[in-house]
Write a protein that binds this ligand. Structure first.
Ligand SMILES: CC/C=C\C/C=C\C/C=C\C/C=C\C=C\C(=O)SCCNC(=O)CCNC(=O)[C@H](O)C(C)(C)COP(=O)(O)OP(=O)(O)OC[C@H]1O[C@@H](n2cnc3c(N)ncnc32)[C@H](O)[C@@H]1OP(=O)(O)O
Ligand SMILES: Cc1cc2nc3c(=O)[nH]c(=O)nc-3n(C[C@H](O)[C@H](O)[C@H](O)COP(=O)(O)OP(=O)(O)OC[C@H]3O[C@@H](n4cnc5c(N)ncnc54)[C@H](O)[C@@H]3O)c2cc1C
Length: 627
């Protein structure tokens, strides 16, 4: 109810207005509105905040830069920079991606050369492709960067390290000497974020600005490794784990709320010719578009909670020096981020399209969501690259499964029990335990199939790296299959352990079965090819899905209402709680800047001569048409 937090209509603002408004609102919320325990904003408002603000600023400052100080800094460095960053007295970003490289980190070209005489690092972008490009908050906001650069001592390269580099003056906010920095221009979304470019030429920083939890450089230039160097990639794992809830589950839930509510209001066409027009939600085709996406919200939410818990447990172990869980966590977080962002972004577009013409209007609130979700497929690890990272781990585990009993998320790779499906009715295929087994079997076969294909190629003389490249599509499919079995399995377990009413558990179980069956029906080629289902059982799987659509239809609106988004959060003429779609659309359109005058003078000047000629002809004064 705080008017300072109410959204102005984003679609009627310029990019610069949105950038400025997002900064005002973010700082107001984080520094004025919310109670804080040290850095951490606390209380129920924080949960609301994560749902409420459509356009944050300082996402990278808060979500990446500060956690990196904690992960990569020594206690002294944390004591120095954390309080400043936590209170926004310095603004930072995570500057890793370059104009020429984003996925292949070993190809990064920015270098930090140690100058022993002055005990400094000299930072350089040796050529244009080395320029940092994309980091959020970097173009106009940040005055510091956590710069990921190649450490060089006496001509020897030591790989990517993190350096604290000040880029703007703390009084004037002007770029410092040797720093060229700015905004990278208009993007598909994130209009309010100043993703930036950063060109560094002979910028000097003290030796103490190398974040030294994992390695350090002594004054004489001696390089000391202090821990598992893979932990240098830890920031990306943490963001991948955390972004699923924030940037995939939440936006998809908003899109589903809008589309389901609108579909309950929008009447179009007839089912029974003798009856009145029906709400489009009565069409099974519409239910088939919307309800599996609603199910995805819940299943992704449950799986993400499990992944966050796994990351938390791993973090506690790392503090004790045990990094043994890192390979599995990296593979799972990379795979989950890739597969759920792929599903989420596709799902948001499916439900947008299901709203017809008004779904194409920014007044629906859907284009904002769809465009923003598309970015989740690219940032924090491009999806294909992430799926291949996941597959790399799965192939290794499949080899190990031949001699060891595996545990954790890959346990099923060493499960050699009979996994044939005995389902005789579509009801059998709605059973959670049957659906879990089907997904485990499909994943195991997909991993083994990809591995076998590569082994055969290598046996026939193909170099391993070429076999890997040529089988990439099978490897990506194996990664997807692995994640799907993880999402279905963790969701079934989560729901079974949930203490809630029987009616709620029934709905959640139906949604879980719908999610699993929709995945089976969308990938039935795999399920038949790997002998998981017969062709007749595939028919039953389709019947099972359609039956669930029918069962869930009466509760569809109630289910999305349970996400509890206010109208101000949704900013949607189609998804407002009162369902007054047409009045809201008309009011929204009238507020468009284009309509602030009845005649748009700038364009009228071009049209005026022709209109006047037409007027004269119609009033009998003008010459006949030139044509
Ligand atoms: C909290 C925030 C919440 C929400 C965010 C809100 C909104 C988001 C808004 C905007 C976006 C925000 C930020 C965006 C930030 C960014 O995009 S930052 C840049 C992200 N960039 C990447 O992710 C780069 C991806 N590339 C890589 O990670 C690596 O290049 C690679 C693909 C993994 C390859 O690396 P490399 O060549 O060194 O490795 P390999 O030879 O393939 O493997 C070597 C071994 O290392 C293991 N490995 C690789 N990565 C990791 C890791 N991260 N952790 C642990 N281990 C890792 C790999 O498994 C190999 O192990 P082995 O098999 O045992 O040899
Ligand atoms: C909205 C947004 C915010 C961002 N914020 C930040 C930030 O704050 N900080 C930061 O450092 N970066 C940020 N990034 C950059 C982001 O991390 C990179 O764009 C991302 O890692 C992808 O790298 P790339 O752009 O080099 O794509 P590329 O890797 O060049 O991808 C191009 C194509 O090559 C394919 N490809 C690449 N490598 C392989 C391979 N090994 N095998 C098969 N195919 C491959 C990809 O699948 C893709 O199809 C942001 C990006 C966006 C869009």
């Amino acid at each position: 109810n705080d008017t300072s937090m109410q959204h102005r209509n984003l679609n009627h603002m310029t990019r610069e207005e949105r950038f400025s408004e997002a900064m005002r609102r973010t700082l107001y919320a984080l520094k004025v509105l919310l109670p804080r325990e040290g850095w951490t904003p606390v209380g129920p408002e924080m949960k609301y905040l994560a749902r409420a603000i459509k356009e944050f600023t300082f996402i990278i400052h808060a979500g990446v830069f500060i956690p990196c100080i904690m992960s990569y800094g020594t206690n002294e460095q944390i004591a120095k920079w954390f309080p400043l960053a936590a209170d926004f007295r310095i603004i930072g970003t995570y500057a890793q991606t370059e104009l020429g490289h984003g996925s292949f980190l070993r190809g990064l070209e920015t270098i930090a050369t140690y100058d022993r005489a002055n005990q400094e690092f000299i930072i350089n972008c040796p050529k244009i492709t080395a320029m940092k490009w994309w980091p959020g908050d970097m173009g106009k906001s940040a005055n510091h960067v956590l710069l990921m650069a190649e450490l060089v001592i006496d001509g020897k390269k030591y790989g990517m390290h993190g350096f604290m580099v000040q880029i703007r003056d703390l009084t004037t906010h002007e770029p410092l000497p040797g720093v060229t920095v700015g905004d990278i221009g208009a993007k598909l979304s994130f209009e309010s974020v100043d993703n930036g470019f950063l060109y560094l030429q002979n910028v000097r920083i003290p030796r103490e600005n190398l974040l030294s939890k994992l390695s350090e450089v002594h004054p004489d230039g001696t390089y000391i490794k202090k821990g598992n160097q893979r932990l240098m990639y830890g920031s990306m794992v943490r963001v991948r784990v955390n972004l699923i809830a924030h940037e995939i589950v939440m936006p998809l839930a908003k899109a589903c709320t809008i589309a389901v509510r609108y579909s309950a209001v929008r009447r179009q066409g007839l089912i029974n010719p003798s009856k009145e027009e029906v709400p489009v939600l009565d069409y099974v085709a519409q239910q088939h578009k919307l309800l599996p996406q609603v199910a995805t919200v819940f299943m992704a939410h449950f799986a993400a909670k499990q992944l966050v818990k796994m990351h938390h447990d791993y973090s506690l172990e790392v503090e004790k020096g045990n990094t043994s869980q890192l390979p599995e966590l990296h593979a799972l977080s990379a795979g989950m981020k890739a597969c759920l962002s792929e599903q989420g972004a596709a799902g948001a577009e499916i439900v947008r399209r299901a709203c017809g013409g008004h779904g194409y209007s920014c007044g629906s609130g859907l284009p904002f969501i769809v465009n923003r979700m598309l970015a989740t497929c690219t940032y924090e690890g491009e999806n294909t690259v992430m799926q291949l990272q996941c597959a790399r781990y799965l192939i290794k585990c499949a080899d190990q499964a031949k001699k060891d009993k595996l545990t954790g998320s890959v346990w099923y790779l060493s499960d050699f029990s009979n996994m044939s499906c005995t389902a005789q009715t579509f009801g059998d295929l709605q059973e959670p335990s049957v659906l879990v087994k089907l997904h485990e079997r499909r994943a195991k076969c997909a991993v083994q199939h990809a591995g076998k294909k590569m082994q055969n190629m290598v046996k026939n003389g193909t170099p391993a790296h070429d076999a890997w490249n040529m089988m990439a599509t099978l490897l990506i499919n194996a990664a997807r299959a692995h994640i799907m079995q993880y999402v279905v399995g963790t969701s079934v377990t989560y729901i079974s352990e949930l203490s809630c009413s029987a009616s709620l558990k029934k709905i959640l179980t139906q949604l879980c079965a719908l999610y699993a069956l929709h995945n089976i029906n969308s990938n039935c080629g795999d399920f038949v090819k790997f002998g998981c289902l017969t062709s007749a059982q595939c028919d039953l799987a389709q019947e099972a899905e359609f039956n669930l659509l029918k069962q869930l239809r009466p509760d569809a609106v109630g289910i999305v209402d349970s996400f509890d988004f206010t109208d101000d959060i949704l900013q949607s003429c189609l998804g407002a709680y009162d369902g007054n779609v047409y009045e809201r659309l008309f009011e929204w359109a009238k507020q468009a800047p284009m309509n602030k005058t009845e005649v748009h003078q700038d364009s009228y000047q071009y049209l005026q001569p022709y209109l006047h000629e037409g007027r004269d002809v119609l009033e009998g004064r003008g010459r006949n048409s030139k044509l």
